[in-house]
Every structure is written in C-alpha cells, then in structure tokens.
Write a protein that binds this ligand. Structure first.
Ligand SMILES: [Zn+2]
Length: 114
C-alpha cells in the first residue's frame, strides 16, 4: 500500500499564514526582492504565481501577476491580478498608497468579465 503523500496544493497552503487581509507565504523567498518561492515537483515558481494559477487558471501569455496590496509575500488570490509588465511598473512607481484604488479597479474589471 502506498503511503499518503500530500498533494502539491496541500504542501503549498500549509506554508501560508492567513491574516484578515494578506495571506503570508512563510517558506522560501528569493532574497533580493522577497518574493515567495515554491518548489513543486516540476521545479520552481513564485508562490504568488502558483496561487494565481491554482485559483484562476493559466496566466495569460505576456502578463505578469501583480500584487494589488504591494505585499510581495502575499499569496491571497483576491490580492493578485494579471497585468501587463508596463502596468506593473507604473503601479510600482505609485506605491502602496494606491493599493486600495488598485483593488477597486480590479474588482470592477472582474465584474465586467463575469
Ligand atoms: Zn495581500
């Protein structure tokens, strides 16, 4: 009989500490910018990208996953949005002050897609 091995998702979410707002990745990070890193069987992926794909499906090609909360260790799918690299850079300039505004915009966009 085969021992029960945790699934990839179980391994992932076991490393996440959920707060009322952000869900904090508590395992490895890439050091320089602090993005969480996850090691599924297939290799290595940013934790927030894994959470995005697990929740919403594939990231559209050419897009990056941005943190609406500007918390690089956060993996709360509600705080993640696929955007163009250009938009991501523009947001980085604006900074966390506009996080609430970004969230609102993303919510509107999701409604428009529904
Ligand atoms: Zn967050």
């Amino acid at each position: 009989m085969q021992a029960t091995r945790p699934t990839e998702a179980e391994r992932f979410w076991a490393k996440v500490r959920k707060t009322d707002t952000c869900w904090i990745w508590t395992a490895a990070n890439n050091g320089r910018k602090g993005y969480g890193v996850f090691y599924p069987a297939a290799g290595k992926i940013y934790a927030h990208r894994w959470a995005y794909v697990d929740t919403y499906g594939e990231i559209p090609s050419g897009l990056v996953v941005d943190h609406l909360c500007c918390n690089v260790r956060c993996v709360n799918p509600d705080h993640l949005e696929a955007v163009t690299n250009r938009e991501n850079l523009m947001r980085a300039d604006i900074g966390p002050r506009n996080a609430a505004h970004n969230r609102e915009r993303a919510a509107r966009r999701r409604l428009a897609l529904a």
